[in-house]
Design a protein around this ligand. Structure first.
Ligand code: PAF
Length: 289
């Protein structure tokens, strides 16, 4: 009989059985999700995809109802990728009458996205914890586009000793750089054209003559204001490891941005760093469809 006495041995044991990979999604499967599935297929023996449009992470029921639902197409895409199991539960199964427990990563859930979407991250971390408990995956895959979400999930994974490996893969972009997102299909033709400002302002950061975060925010705001259909929600430069806001771009930074176009919210981010000639963008994390 094997006896183990530490969490690291427990993890080693679990990893030695079958490597289970989990890709949590809300459906409307796109190239971003498929890039996660493909990596999971390379890394794992069994790949599970979950499709559940999680009502408790939406601030209002209209936003929830308008979220694209394309289940037949989603299943076709996932079948083609050789996914082993798709979990698409009902709302009543996940949140039965009497459900009262939630999981919240304090402090970081109220910043940035959390400030604009109260309760959003509590909904995300609650459902992700439930999915991790249900499938006990060795590896779980997320896209870098939702950087704050990935930071919070890494935090809950460590704080609650869940100890899955959280794998964050590069944002997949359309040809003008807009991150692929389930919400992009909701944009009108004009809105879609205006949306390209999101990545443009991030890319242009390398042409700015300053490392000062406030000045960078101002330059970005000046650019965005020229796009009539677009409203800047926030732009923030933070240390990606601690999530604390930086007064100046240093060696290790990420710039996060959110805009609203009508009722549609779009977010993006790029890793940046200070070099002698200015600010450099880390293109290792850039992928196009
Ligand atoms: O990123 C998403 O699609 C969702 O927030 C997630 C992680 C599937 C939780 O509902």
């Amino acid at each position: 009989m094997k006896i183990i006495r530490s969490i690291s041995e427990a993890n080693q044991f679990r990893n030695s059985i079958n490597v289970v990979g989990l890709v949590p999604t809300m459906g409307a499967i796109h190239e971003g999700h498929l890039s996660l599935v493909r990596k999971a297929k390379q890394d794992c023996d069994i790949v599970i995809v979950t499709i559940f449009t999680n009502p408790i992470q939406f601030s209002n029921r209209d936003d929830f109802s308008s979220y694209p639902k394309t289940i037949d197409q989603d299943l076709d895409f996932l079948r083609q990728e050789g996914v082993d199991l798709v979990f698409c539960p009902s709302e009543a199964d996940i949140y039965p009458d009497g459900f009262t427990t939630s999981v919240e990563v304090e402090k970081f859930s109220d910043l940035f996205e959390g400030e604009s979407r109260p309760g959003h991250f509590k909904g995300v971390t609650t459902i992700v914890t439930k999915l991790l408990n249900l499938f006990l995956p060795n590896k779980v895959y997320f896209g870098q586009k939702d950087f704050q979400q990935t930071f919070l999930i890494q935090k809950l994974n460590a704080d609650l000793n869940i100890n899955s490996e959280i794998i964050v893969l590069p944002t997949i972009r359309e040809s003008d750089g807009l991150p692929v997102s389930s919400r992009n299909v909701l944009l009108s033709k004009d809105e879609r054209i205006s949306a390209s400002v999101l990545y443009r302002v991030l890319k242009n950061i390398k042409n700015l003559d300053t490392f000062d975060s406030k000045k960078i925010y101002q330059e970005i705001e000046n650019e965005i204001i020229k796009e009539n259909l677009v409203e800047l929600d926030y732009v923030k430069i933070v240390n990606p490891d601690t999530f604390s806001e930086l007064l100046e771009v240093g060696e290790n930074a990420i710039i996060l941005i959110a805009i609203n176009i009508g009722s549609i919210r779009l977010i993006d981010n790029v890793f940046i760093k200070r070099i002698s000639s200015g600010i450099e963008i880390d293109y290792r994390f850039e992928r196009y469809c």
